[in-house]
Design a protein around this ligand. Structure first.
Ligand code: HEM
Length: 135
């Protein structure tokens, strides 16, 4: 995983973080309608801010992932309690990568794709490990 590539691509996304997160949710809910019930009560304005902030936190700590462990463990347990299943992590990663690709255009290189994939995989892995330890 190349942290420099993650940071430089994220800087491009950050210019319109709100638009990015809106596109991401649109993609997720359209491609995987089975997750819609989970978001039935979601205030999307709030959720957009939370997701943009957590993305920024992940990017900021990408070179010291151990700092993220407690946050990811809490998130993983919280997600399991909401009814999020392990298989759904693949949906989120797919929609996130597709949205990054669409918004970044030429800046979405093979290296950027593999780095983001590894970062999302790391987050999902830590969240799921905590969720299964708590079950
Ligand atoms: C890399 C994996 C993921 C990360 C980093 C992540 C991050 C977050 C964060 C930061 C929140 C806000 C938590 C709070 O309110 O304190 C959240 C809420 C939520 N996430 Fe995730 N998430 C991930 C995967 C998923 C998956 C796979 C699903 C299922 C489709 C999902 C569904 C939800 C739902 C339903 C909420 C609550 C929304 C609400 O407040 O109504 N997340 N997530």
């Amino acid at each position: 995983m190349d942290v420099t590539v993650i940071r430089s691509t994220f800087d491009l996304v950050r210019a319109d973080a709100d638009g990015f997160v809106r596109d991401f949710y649109e993609h997720l809910l359209a491609t995987f309608p089975q997750v819609r019930p989970l978001f039935a009560g979601t205030e999307f304005d709030e959720q957009r801010k939370k997701l943009a902030m957590s993305l920024a936190a992940v990017v900021a700590s990408a070179d010291r992932p151990e700092a993220l462990e407690p946050v990811l463990a809490d998130l993983g347990r919280g997600h399991a309690a909401l009814g999020v299943t392990p298989g759904m992590y693949g949906y989120v990663a797919y929609s996130m990568l597709a949205t990054l690709a669409r918004r970044l255009g030429d800046a979405w290189t093979h290296e950027a794709a593999t780095s983001w994939e590894a970062a999302l995989d790391f987050c999902a892995g830590r969240m799921l490990a905590a969720a299964s330890a708590a079950a």
